[in-house]
Design a protein around this ligand. Structure first.
Ligand SMILES: NC(=O)c1ccc[n+]([C@@H]2O[C@H](COP(=O)([O-])OP(=O)(O)OC[C@H]3O[C@@H](n4cnc5c(N)ncnc54)[C@H](O)[C@@H]3O)[C@@H](O)[C@H]2O)c1
Length: 399
């Protein structure tokens, strides 16, 4: 069995490496030459616990090879980005371009799977593109959609143990894809249609978004009412059938902050709560920035000088280096451009950044007048409280 993975990012690389570790011959394709070079040296370009060891092993034993170009194989998996455009519509151009790259290499009996999070009917669109170019392959290849639902930071475990939803364009395609994934997934493989599988991924993330929006809305209400939101949620969750999530500085990342828009843009009349949740979570980031700027103004009035502000964390969630769609990054940018005093920027999981001048978190805490907790990174939990600082805790570091 030989599998070609198109895209070697946060999802594609771990999946390719895990498949290779189970004996599948894997060619990982990426359009970024640095990524290809790094992986072929047995190294990795992303932060993910234990992944470096797996990649080193499978590259050394020849089961994983990275390349700029696809080649013939048995299974082709599309794991490229699906961002959104200005109008919040999904940008499936990467999926389309990766599909077009593999078309010349497809043979009868091959399996073609889209893993990228995609709007409903994307798999059908890709099949039309394939059959337009290669009409002789109609009914001769298997096409399915199989979304990924791993948690960054725990990807290797979840890749193997999470259940997967597999939606073929026909039952034979679902069956073929199940056989492929069963080689490296121990979780259950649930067969459905491609459309349902596409919608399932979007639904999972929209559900998380709506639940976080509820917590974020509560945090804003509690701030107004003078109630500690962390205590409130802990107490409400004592109810046997209540399970409120934790508020934060917004919602970020490539998935939860993006995918609900794929439903809203296709179903604008129907998707009312999903849209409102997205707006609430985006608003929370602005609210945090406004709160910080108000605290800066108050400090300046009381002391006659501008405060030094430390923005603690840039990642979109704790203990990862991923800054995509990060509310913490957005809040930090707003504070840098709107506050008058010095702004210190901290992200312990990133060494250098092209926009932000990063400094050590302890040094930042010591120097700052106002400390803004934006991400609940584990390093921050051990910093002793200094009562001379003003702390704004948007993510429960001090809860
Ligand atoms: N990161 C997550 O936690 C997560 C979880 C579930 C689902 N997803 C979905 O998985 C998909 C991939 O996400 P990711 O986080 O791995 O993205 P990523 O940006 O980390 O990686 C994508 C890789 O694809 C490469 N690429 C782009 N166009 C290409 C092409 N035509 N051919 C080959 N390679 C190409 C890029 O250079 C990049 O290295 C997205 O649809 C995302 O929504 C991500």
């Amino acid at each position: 069995m030989k599998a070609i993975f198109m895209g070697l990012g946060y999802i594609g690389l771990p999946t390719a490496a895990v498949a290779a570790s189970k004996g599948i011959q894997v060619v990982g394709v990426d359009v970024n030459p640095e990524v290809v070079e790094t992986i072929n040296q047995g190294k990795i370009h992303i932060v993910e616990p234990e992944l470096d060891k797996v990649v080193k092993k499978v590259v050394e034993n020849g089961l994983l090879k990275a390349s700029l170009k696809p080649e013939e194989g048995d299974a082709f998996l599309i794991v490229v980005p699906t961002p959104f455009k200005q109008n919040h519509r999904a940008d499936i151009s990467y999926v389309e371009s990766a599909t077009r790259m593999v078309i010349p290499y497809l043979r009868e009996g091959n399996l073609f799977v889209v893993e990228s999070t995609s709007p409903v009917m994307t798999t059908e669109k890709m099949s039309q593109i394939i059959f337009k170019e290669r009409p002789e392959l109609k009914d001769k290849i298997y096409i399915a959609y199989c979304p990924e639902r791993v948690l960054p930071g725990n990807v290797l475990y979840e890749l193997e143990h999470n259940d997967r939803v597999i939606g073929g364009l026909n039952p034979e395609s679902s069956e073929k894809a199940v056989t492929f994934y069963a080689q490296f997934v121990k979780g259950q493989l649930h067969k459905t249609t491609a459309r349902t599988a596409e919608m399932c991924k979007l639904t999972e993330n929209s559900s998380r978004d709506a639940q976080i929006a509820f917590a974020n809305e509560l945090s804003i209400i509690c701030d107004k009412a003078g109630i500690n939101v962390w205590e409130l949620i802990e107490l409400a969750n004592k109810h046997p059938r209540v399970n409120i999530l934790q508020p934060g500085s917004g919602v970020g990342g490539h998935c939860i902050a993006v995918d609900p828009w794929f439903i809203v843009s296709d179903f604008p009349e129907q998707a009312q709560i999903i849209k409102r949740a997205r707006e609430t979570n985006d608003y929370k980031a602005d609210w945090c920035a406004n709160k910080t700027l108000e605290a800066c103004e108050q400090f300046a009035i009381e002391t006659g000088r501008e405060p030094i502000v430390a923005c603690m964390g840039l990642a979109f969630k704790p203990d990862i280096d991923d800054l995509r769609e990060s509310p913490a990054k957005y809040i930090t940018s707003r504070i840098i451009s709107e506050a008058r005093g010095e702004v210190l920027v901290v992200e312990p999981n990133v060494e250098t950044h092209k926009t932000f001048n990063l400094i050590n978190y302890k040094e930042a805490y010591d120097k700052a007048d106002i400390v803004v907790w934006l991400v609940r990174h584990k390093e921050f939990l051990n910093i002793p409280i200094n009562n001379n600082k003003i702390e704004l805790d948007f993510c429960g570091v001090r809860k």
